[in-house]
Design a protein around this ligand. Structure first.
Ligand code: ADP
Ligand code: MG
Length: 708
């Protein structure tokens, strides 16, 4: 590990980003202005301008040591993809090479796309897919062991223009909410705001383990989570002692992560998170939705990459360890105008803030009507271990408003008008030297999947390794729809003031069932109240997927040009395939580990035990060997159970992989294969508690979690 270096963050922040300041400085004035216009108004970039931009971008990148460029895009696999091309062109007669990069190469790329999922959108005979520069996200140079590469954020589409990635629908949804929010603002007399943009701040959770130990766990290597593992004697109730001992190594790692991210213009603020041992969190300062989505990908890449340099491994899986708190991502979301008005800011007296109340009740309506879509947007294979399983947040979507807004809502519903807002009460610290704090009137509720937190909504269901694109596509589009429907009514009203009050009351009343301020983890909510309210409780990814192409969803997304029906159908197909594939890999990894590592280890142990029984008997015929015999019996029984469960898992996995891809196969993997996996894990975890630790073929939970 290198010596601690000290530096001024301001000096390095964004140094590897081709950002506005760099463009302003380096591009000819005319080119810069043209490009700004394209960025701000979403026009198409002409080739002549693109050529100039490309040239300057290349020059700048080469100064940073770049030898290659890549169109960086986010296909539907969840990770980013890229294909590197060198700047080098044909050698010149004098033996030197020319470094070139044209406008054409900047704005359009053609990766070999046949290996990315397309859900039937791109027949194999037309495997071409195109990447197109998203000039609203700045290009950047990434420096690592592979050298320096100019990365150009792009959208990825099929030959016929269908979206094959996360970015394209996101940009479309941002446009949808922009148009509808401007309509709404205009109704309230706003003539100054020109653009409305959703802002997103995702809080990223992750685990850090020692890389040497990680490499001894094939399950972690192949699937990102442990498929076997008995609970350590110490679990969640980690104390400061453990935390203290890992602090130095982790702190050095985090410092390095921050530095890398700052250079890329990601405003990371790492912090320790004490929920689970070895678990941490990184939150950037919020940014425009498309930038935030890119940055979150960079955060995930950087967390993994830098860990390697410190002999650590970063686990982004939602549930790396059964029985230990999992990881998620809190997607903080708000909508702001170009002149700085946050539409979700209630002000000091929300009851008087009619525009805010309309926006708020529109959000409630959107979330109530499209709860299934929001739930779907947070579905990934790993997140099934959290949502609706034995861990928070619950799979039921509800909205937490806090005491103050809840009270304003109640006034609206009961009397038709809100006349006052509760003030935050004084929170006495009881310590004389400390001031008494004003208790936040929008106090937090950590159990809510969708919480209003002061001037933003926090969607807490997203999985830790998932892209945040889809949740934001859904949020932007469903809220755009609610705004559009409100505007349709209000634009026609003779008396705006009366009409808007009536509409707010109507929405508040019709959608009050989605508001829940209580404990979202309690059985009384999950089994009782939520059921009475008729709120959907979608417990698995497989059951969430159909929400994507219901008639309601198709109508919504087509209305705002975010997805076509064909695109939605393709995504449904991809998600079923992904589900079956991932569980299939897990099952196969279990089979491999159980056959080649666990059963042989247990046999070694029982043999040693049997030998020792014989040896003791030979040495002393009267010795009490009941403990050894009992252990031998117990171990042998568990070993038979393991062998049987393994045979069953082999059998069902073979059947599953021979099924045709689609919903039926995914259901089979969830209901049959996963059960067989659980049945194999149970005896193995018991064996781990019996077998001599020196003979167990992999590090335990305790070794992984506490000894970083
Ligand atoms: P928490 O208490 O959940 O940790 P923080 O106040 O630390 O919440 O904020 C978490 C995230 O929310 C950060 O990424 C922050 O930048 C982001 N955030 C703050 N304000 C907004 C906003 N108006 N819109 C979107 N995200 C925001
Ligand atoms: Mg949070």
């Amino acid at each position: 590990m290198s010596e601690t270096e000290y530096y001024n963050v301001a000096d390095i922040f964004g140094e590897n980003v081709f950002n506005d300041a760099v463009m302003r400085e380096r591009l000819p004035k005319k080119t810069y202005q043209k490009l700004r216009e394209v960025i701000e108004n979403g026009r198409e970039l002409d080739l002549e301008t693109a050529d100039v931009v490309a040239h300057e971008m290349k020059e700048w990148a080469i100064e940073k040591g770049a030898t290659h460029y890549t169109h960086w895009f986010q296909p539907l696999t969840g990770v980013t993809a890229e294909k590197h091309d060198s700047f080098i062109t044909a050698p010149m007669p004098n033996g030197k090479v020319l470094m070139s990069f044209s406008g054409k190469e900047l704005i359009k790329g053609e990766p070999d796309a046949s290996s990315f999922p397309s859900g039937g959108l791109r027949a194999t005979f037309e495997a071409r897919g195109y990447t197109a520069w998203d000039c609203t996200s700045p290009a950047f140079v990434r420096q690592d062991a592979a050298g320096a590469t100019l990365c150009i954020p792009t959208a990825f589409c099929s030959y016929t223009g269908e979206a094959l990635d996360q970015k394209t629908p996101l940009l479309r949804s941002m446009e949808a909410i922009n148009v509808q929010a401007l309509r709404l603002l205009k109704l309230f007399g706003n003539t100054t705001s020109k653009k409305v943009t959703p802002s997103v701040g995702p809080e990223q959770e992750y685990f850090i383990v020692d890389r040497k130990k990680y490499l001894q766990r094939k399950d972690l290597i192949f699937t990102g989570r442990t498929l076997f593992g008995a609970m350590p004697p110490k679990g969640q109730e980690m104390d400061d002692h453990y935390f203290g001992s890992i602090r130095e190594r982790i702190a050095a790692y985090m410092r390095d992560v921050n530095k890398e991210l700052w250079k890329l213009g990601v405003s990371a603020k790492t912090q320790h998170n004490e929920v689970a041992p070895a678990q941490h969190e990184l939150a950037p300062i919020y940014a425009e939705a498309n930038i935030a989505v890119d940055h979150n990908q960079l955060v995930m890449e950087t967390l993994k990459k830098v860990a390697g340099r410190h002999g650590l491994q970063c686990l982004l899986h939602e549930k790396p360890f059964a029985g230990v708190n999992g990881s998620g991502k809190h997607n903080n979301w708000s909508i702001t105008t170009d002149d700085g008005i946050n539409l979700l800011d209630p002000g000091k007296t929300p009851h008087e803030n009619v525009q805010f109340l309309l926006v708020l009740t529109c959000v409630l309506k959107a979330v109530d009507i499209h709860a299934d879509l929001l739930r779907e947007s947070a579905a990934d294979v790993g997140n099934d271990h959290r949502l609706g399983a034995n861990e928070a947040p619950p799979a039921i979507i509800s909205v937490y408003l806090g005491e103050q807004l809840q009270d304003v809502m109640a006034q609206l519903i009961n009397t038709g008008a809100a006349t006052h807002s509760l003030k935050g009460s004084i929170l006495e610290t009881g310590v004389k030297t400390l001031p008494d704090f004003m208790k936040d009137a929008t106090d937090r509720n950590r159990t809510s999947p969708f919480a209003f937190t002061g001037n933003k909504f926090e969607f807490r269901m997203v999985g830790s390794q998932d892209s945040i694109a889809q949740p934001n596509v859904v949020l932007n589009t469903i809220v755009a729809e609610a705004f559009a429907e409100a505007c349709d009514i209000l634009e026609k009203a003779d008396d705006f003031n009366t009409a808007v009050h009536d509409l707010i009351k109507q929405y508040a009343t019709e959608h009050q069932r989605i508001v829940f301020n209580g404990n979202g983890y309690s059985d009384e909510w999950v089994e009782g109240e939520a059921v009475r309210r008729g709120l959907p409780n979608i417990k698995s990814m497989v059951d969430a997927i159909p929400a994507l192409n219901t008639e309601k969803a198709v109508a919504l997304f087509e209305k705002f040009g975010v997805f076509t029906k064909a695109e939605l159908d393709s995504r449904v197909e991809i998600e079923y395939e992904t589900y079956a594939k991932e569980i299939n890999i897990e099952a196969k990894a279990m089979i491999d580990i159980a056959s080649k590592q666990i059963i042989p280890a247990v046999i070694k142990y029982t043999t040693a035990l049997a030998n020792s029984v014989n040896a003791i008997k030979a040495a002393c015929a009267d010795a009490d060997i009941s403990v050894q015999t009992e252990l031998l019996n117990e171990t042998s029984d568990l070993l038979s159970e393991t062998k049987l469960a393994l045979a069953k898992l082999v059998d069902v996995t073979e059947q599953g992989s021979s099924m045709e891809e689609g919903r039926e196969q995914a259901v089979y993997y969830r209901d049959v294969v996963k059960n067989a996996m659980d049945a194999l894990r149970a005896p193995v975890d018991k064996l781990e508690m019996i077998v001599d630790k020196d003979m167990w073929p992999m590090p335990s939970y305790g070794d992984l979690i506490f000894e970083v």
